[in-house]
Design a protein around this ligand. Structure first.
Ligand code: GUN
Ligand code: ZN
Length: 429
């Protein structure tokens, strides 16, 4: 039995820092340590005490680095890795000009495997250990993502993106094939090691009602899988949904009428919501996923984090690579802060870090396994250097408390701040 002790400034949450005062919800123990045994967190406490109690443990001394759970990115498109930062389009044109041509390339399983590996390398460097990814319509794109994550021992979720209309030739399935391919992938992969399947209709404009019905039936048969889709990202998109689904009450209803809401449902963006939609999302236990760099990059709008958290919604945070303009959850937290500022509701560093770890894990129904430093949780852990560049170091030197230092790294940090990453207790970076 090997034990490892990771020592540094350990961040822990006693509760949701949107629901409790930050001082009660979050603590940073400047002389803390996390004891890892058999891939799990065994104990969290004072470094000297844990060293004395476990003298045989291998010690990773991280100095003043912040020790926290690996980041959890609740909405990404790994197939869009190579088209991140594509200029000048809004949602529908961006999909047609950049996204669909790139996703077409995933008909080649070798290209899918190469991109999955590259994506997981890039995000490991950013300290992201879990993500919920869309794949493409090609089953091999899902196989490639899961196989690569399994090889690395990462807890990931993903699913075959389903589209049977309003997408180009070569990038459409049918209601039946979407159901059957998703079912076969789900049966092969869901619950295998650390893999979770997510039933994945891309969004209502690219699915017929028949396809949404078939996927709703599949999800009902496998309620412990996730369901991910997009909701109310841009106003043009909402108008298009109204044309395509004239009978429905609103955008959410296009999903709701086919059983595609409830615990385990992840709705990306969710910016321009009607009151009825907000109520149903909350009552049904569905999760919303805030993708701030995407929302500013594609020009979508300003997510109402403060209002929706106060109303009791479950909310995760995400890059939305590659509509989002970064692979980094640090950059994503910075953008969430800036969106909050534009709405007059700045978020505290503790709230940002909670969203990027436990919040996203909760949205993905994985908060019993990842997203927090607690005994029994899986040991996906990162160490953040709070003085990783001269610019950050000089600001951190002026800080009056550790939260000010942490905030400087959130706003200015990049992969250079990620000093170490452990996945399942194994050091990977
Ligand atoms: N809506 C439907 N598909 C997509 C996508 O790939 N990215 C974003 N940002 N929005 C979408
Ligand atoms: Zn998306």
């Amino acid at each position: 039995m090997t034990e490892r002790l990771i020592c540094g400034q350990v961040l822990r949450f006693a509760g949701d820092p949107f629901a409790l005062p930050v001082a009660e919800a979050a603590t940073i123990d400047s002389a803390g340590a996390v004891l890892v045994r058999d891939g799990l967190i065994a104990r969290v406490g004072n470094a000297a005490a844990l060293k004395a109690a476990h003298p045989q443990a291998e010690v990773s001394e991280m100095g003043e680095a912040l020790i926290l759970p690996g980041f959890v990115d609740a909405h990404v498109h790994y197939p869009q890795t190579a088209i991140i930062a594509s200029w000048g389009k809004r949602l529908i044109d961006w999909l047609n000009s950049y996204t669909f041509p790139e996703e077409m390339r995933f008909a080649d399983p070798a290209y899918a495997a190469e991109t999955a590996a590259r994506y997981l390398d890039l995000t490991l460097a950013e300290g992201t250990t879990t993500m919920c990814s869309y794949c493409t319509i090609h089953p091999a794109s899902v196989e490639a993502f899961f196989a690569e994550a399994e090889r690395r021992g990462q807890r990931v979720a993903g699913g075959k993106t389903c589209m049977d209309r309003n997408a180009p030739d070569g990038l459409r399935d049918t209601a039946q094939s979407a159901h059957d391919d998703s079912k076969a992938l789900l049966e092969a992969w869901h619950g295998r090691g650390r893999i979770t399947y997510a039933v994945t209709p891309r969004f209502s404009p690219t699915s017929s009602p028949e396809q949404l019905e078939a996927l709703g039936a599949l999800w009902a048969e496998h309620p412990d899988t996730l369901m991910q889709t997009h909701l109310s990202e841009q106003l043009d998109e909402i108008a298009w949904v109204r044309d395509l689904y004239p009978e429905t009450r609103d955008y959410l209803d296009t999903y709701e009428q086919f059983g595609l809401i409830g615990p385990g449902a992840l709705f990306g963006h969710a910016i321009h919501l009607e009151e009825r939609e907000k109520d149903r999302l909350r009552e049904s236990g569905s999760a919303l996923v805030h993708c701030p760099t995407s929302n500013t990059f594609i020009g979508s709008g300003l997510f109402d984090m403060a209002g929706l958290k106060t109303a009791g919604h479950t909310i995760g945070l995400a890059t939305d690579t590659g509509g989002g303009s970064s692979f980094s959850m640090l950059r994503t937290m910075a953008a969430a802060y800036e969106v909050g500022q534009l709405r007059g509701t700045p978020l505290h560093a503790a709230q940002l870090l909670w969203l990027a770890t436990e919040g996203s894990a909760r949205a993905m129904r994985m908060d019993d396994r990842i997203g927090a430093l607690r005994p029994g949780m899986e040991a996906d852990i990162i160490a953040l250097d709070l003085a990783s560049t001269p610019a950050i170091a000089q600001r951190a030197a002026r800080a009056e408390d550790v939260w000010e230092q942490v905030f400087a790294t959130i706003m200015l940090g990049d992969d250079r701040a990620v000093a170490a990453v452990w996945i399942g207790g194994e050091k990977r970076r």
